[in-house]
Structures are given as C-alpha cells and as structure tokens.
Design a protein around this ligand. Structure first.
Ligand code: BGC
Length: 461
C-alpha cells in the first residue's frame, strides 16, 4: 500500500499487529531447532538406529512441506488470521504430544503435526504482514518475521541448555527432553490468544467480497483520506471469480512462480541449515571440544540475530537486490574458504571467522529478503496459491540439503578426493549461481504498493 500511516497511533497499531504475526516465525525457529538438544537422549530412550535417529530429526520437515501446501487452501478459505490460529493449535498439540508420546511412532506423528504448523505459519505470517503493511515499511515489517525465526532458534538453544542442567544423565534421558518439547506450549498458547486481537487482512476480506469489513480494518490502520484510494486499488487487482490453480497459468504469473521457487531453493541450497542443524558437529570436526562447540553454536545464533537487525534497517532503504547480491558474494567467498581449508587439511579454530562471515552474509540478505520477496511478488488474486508452492519448494530443498549433508560428508570417495571440501564447495558454487540469478531475473520491489507491483511485473488481472 502506498499510503503511509499518518499518526503514531496508526503506526503503533500496524507494529503491534506485526509483532503478533511474528510469533508464527518465533515458533517456526523454536520448533525446527528444539530437536538439536533432545536428539541424543531420544536415541537412548527409544533405542533408535541411525536411520530412525535421522527420521526423528527430519520428520518435522515432511510436515512442513505438507503444511506449506495446505496453507494455500486454508488461507484462502478460512482467511490469513484463522490459518495462523490453526497453526497455533497444531503447535500446541505437537508440544504436548511430543512431550508425552506413548511410543516412537506417536512421537513422530506429533513431530509431523508440529511441522504442519511450521509449514503453515512460515507462509501465512509473512503474507499477512505484507498485506497489512504500508509499502515503504513492508520490507522492514516482513523482516521482523525472520528476526523472530532467529530469536526462536536462539531461545530454544538456551531453553534446552537450561533444562539439561536441571538433572543428571538419567533424568535427562527419561524426562529432560519431554520438557524441551513441552516448553513450546507456552509460545503456542500466547500466539493463539493474541491472534484474537488482530484484524483480518483487508486484502483477503476484499477477495471474499466483504468490502465493508475491509474498510473498517483499513480505517484503523490508515488516514481517512487514503481509504477510498486503497479500496479502489485493491479492488482493481482482484478477479471477479474465485481464484483457482488454473490462474497460475495466466499472463506473467508462471515467470513469477519460477522466480519465487528458485529464490526459495537457492536460499536453502547455499547451505544455511547445515550450520543451523549441524553446527556443533561441524565445530567438533574443526577440532573444538564439546563445550567450545556449544559456545560457538551460540555465537552463530547471535551473529545471525545481529545481522538480521542490520537487514531490517536497510531493506527498505537500499532495496532487496543490493542486499542479496552482497550477501551472495559473502556466502560464496566464505564457503569457498571453508572448503579450501578442508581440502588442504588446514582446519582449526580460525575457520570460525569464515563460518561467522557466512552466517552474517546470509542473515543480512537471503534470510530475510527471500521471505520479503515471496510475500510481495505475487498478485493479490493468486498470492496464497503461488506463495504456498514457493514455500513448499523451500521446505523440500531444506529436507534434501539437511538429509544429504551427512551423506556427502561421510562419503568415502568424496573424502578421498576432496578431504571434506566437497559439500562446502558445492554450497559456495550455489551461492555463485544465486548471485547471477538475482542479478538477472529478480525484480526490485522496494517502496511500491502490492498493486503497483502487479502492474510493474506484468501480472495484472
Ligand atoms: C530459513 C530457515 C533458516 C533460518 C535461519 C530462514 O529464513 O527459511 O530455513 O533456518 O532462516 O536463520
């Protein structure tokens, strides 16, 4: 939306609505990272094989793929706010179920339920925020969601650490991990309760033909003089018929869909979650002891958070593309350096500099900016469908990368020929390709209303 909220009251309302929606991001981070502290004890408690242990860690990602796909129908039929409420309930059920499973299968079932919640929230929270936000602050407000993801990850590292200190090894094996999963119930309840207080998206209301309600919401967020123009702009961007999958084939949209899918895939294949999920193991591989490795992991989380803040303050000023280009260069250089050090077996604690350099580059760019772009490049009438496909592609890519990293790392042929460099060089090359892709194909979206973007990107109804 082009209009800027005129009064501090308007800005304040948009800010608090955004904060509530970002709890979806916080739960996304919390739920995907909680497993890192519990996996060791789960293995002993359930007597898991290596394959089962991998499944315990990755089953939630399968739920995320399903959730992202379901989010389209849910956010279209039930609305953006109700879909976030469904996600909040799924988080709560999953927290309780994974804390008190009756066997390994029921544990997996409840991890998948939580994953569905993550997949839904990962798509609906940024979409909802973008639909409420004024154009010139949209990048910043959607980036708060990425900030919340990162805070969720860091928070659960500390919660896990705190819980693990409450008892001895036997207590941790029987009970500690239950508290780790159960602790997610608190943010889930907070999310469910606070969502009652936020309005429905005016763009969804207009899509459903509920213009009077849409006007009421807009009146709470924008100056009275802007309402007519905003309503006319949104109305012009909608189809008269109910949107369907067929609309994705319309003029200009397949191209945008490909851009969205590739943004998602590149965000993952440049290797971020190799560090998010395996950091302590990687640091041990660099020669660190267990305690140092955990400390270094906290450092990774902190750098991730700090540079996300930098992104929040620059994304609307500098634009999306410059950040992504700088970030891709940083990621390629750092991954290249880590790979080269591994190749020459010159590994040591100093490699932490490059790991942190990589994390900083990601957090400044591809972390937040991909979510911003996904929430803004698609036209109003197909946003939920298109975004859910692009987000599902992201979860699939995430699954593939996090499943294959240990395999690439442990492969005898690759070890013999590359001495551990292969996966890092691979992710570094992907960052190089990502750079070319952004440079050539990704449009700049800063400062324009969602409806102006539809016209600019050649996807008007
Ligand atoms: C990505 C996640 C990743 C997180 C790390 C997000 O933008 O989608 O896969 O774990 O950033 O900060």
């Amino acid at each position: 939306m082009q209009a800027s909220p005129s009064s501090p009251a308007h800005s304040g309302r948009i800010f608090s609505i955004t904060l509530v929606a970002t709890l979806g991001g916080l739960l996304f981070g919390y739920d995907t990272a909680v497993i890192s502290g519990a996996i060791g004890n789960l293995k002993i408690f359930f007597g898991l094989s290596d394959a089962q242990q991998g499944w315990a860690a990755s089953s939630a990602l399968v739920g995320c793929i399903l959730g992202a796909l379901m989010a389209s129908e849910a956010s279209r039929r039930l609305g953006r706010r109700s879909s976030m409420q469904v996600a909040a309930w799924l988080f709560l059920i999953s927290a309780l179920g994974t804390a008190l499973p009756w066997d390994f299968t029921s544990f997996i079932f409840f991890r998948i339920v939580g994953g569905v919640g993550v997949g839904m929230a990962s798509m609906v929270s940024p979409m909802y925020i973008a639909e409420m936000a004024p154009a010139e602050r949209r990048g910043q407000l959607v980036s708060y969601n990425q900030f919340a993801i990162v805070v969720g990850i860091l928070l659960v590292y500390f919660v896990n650490y705190f819980i693990a200190r409450q008892g001895d090894a036997t207590w941790n094996m029987h009970t500690g991990w239950r508290w780790m999963f159960g602790s997610e119930a608190l943010p889930a309840i907070l999310f469910a309760v606070l969502l009652w207080r936020v309005p429905r998206s005016p763009r969804w209301l207009m899509l459903r033909g509920q213009e009077a309600e849409a006007r009421q919401v807009l009146a709470r967020l924008y100056p009275a003089t802007e309402i007519e123009r905003l309503v006319a702009e949104i109305r012009a961007s909608l189809h008269t018929h109910q949107p369907s999958w067929r609309d994705l084939g319309e003029k200009g949209i397949p191209r945008l869909l490909w851009i969205g899918i590739l943004l998602s895939v590149f965000q993952q294949v440049t290797g971020i979650n190799v560090f998010m999920y395996y950091a302590p193991e990687i640091f041990k591989g660099f020669g660190s002891g267990t305690d140092t490795a955990l400390l270094q992991t906290v450092l990774v989380g902190s750098v991730n958070m700090l540079f996300t803040i930098l992104a929040i303050y620059t994304v609307d000023k500098w634009g999306r593309k410059p950040l992504q280009i700088v970030g891709a260069v940083g990621m390629a250089v750092c991954m290249g350096a880590i790979g080269t050090a591994a190749y020459y077996q010159a590994i040591g604690g100093w490699l932490l500099v490059f790991v942190l350099g990589y994390i900083a580059s990601f957090a400044l760019s591809w972390g937040p900016v991909v979510w911003v772009l996904l929430a803004e490049i698609f036209p109003n009438r197909v946003r939920s469908l298109a975004m859910s496909l692009a987000v599902a592609a992201q979860w699939i890519a995430n699954f593939v990368v996090s499943q294959t990293f240990p395999m690439l790392n442990g492969n005898a042929y690759l070890q013999k020929n590359f001495h551990g460099a292969f996966p890092f060089w691979l992710y570094g090359s992907m960052a190089g390709l990502a750079l070319i892709f952004v440079w050539r194909y990704v449009p700049e979206t800063k400062g324009q209303s969602l409806e102006e973007l539809e016209k600019k990107l050649g996807a008007t109804a």
